[in-house]
Ligand binder design. Sequence first.
Ligand code: URA
Length: 239
Amino acid sequence: MTPEQQFVLEAMGITPRWQSRFAPATTTETVVMSAITTEAIESAEHHAAPVVVPVTPVVAWDTLQQQVQQCQNCGLAQTRTQTVFSRGSMQAKWMIIGEAPGEQEDKQGLPFVGPAGKLLDAMLHAVGLDREQDVLIANILKCRPPGNRNPQPAEIAACFSYLEAQIDCVKPAIIIALGRFAAQTLLDTDSAISRLRGRVHRWRDIPLVVSYHPAYLLRNLPDKARAWEDWCLARQTMS
Ligand code: URA
């Protein structure tokens, strides 16, 4: 990495992805949370030359979360109770992306904890995924739109870089976009869900599957069967 690249990463609060075994870590947290393998450490101890080992970008994640907590990029900062950043595991291979916090999420500061979240939990369970360990759940918007109105384009534009940074940190093996706003934003299209679901798209190089939003499914039970097909498609894509 050049000094210029290092400077840009540090200015963005991002820990270098690769860190020398012999270079002191910048924070205790980085050491504790780093994904240093036993083999890498043993190898480092038996070789004179520095060995490069992977480090999970914990600092970047914490910094990002703090930035979101303090965000004033749009008018939703005035009406939110608190920001809603994510739930689940940063090590997850599955990243689930919804629309925006609702009333319960705004109160509790966690995504998908209201009625739609209960259905999402059930669907995750049905495909054999643990909500806390196997997935990372986030939203397009980090603040609740008043009265659960639809997100406005300017709000999505103001918030989207946070989601991009989250995806960059987690590096999921698959993304599930739930509902129109998540699907259309990530795929940069205005096509309907019915046209987007049923096939595997890509966000950058990550496979992306579109499905119905659980809140929609609560009102439209017949589409649950289609949603189940979408989750099976995602499962198949992962195997
Ligand atoms: N709906 C969403 O899209 N996200 C949430 O976090 C809750 C409900």
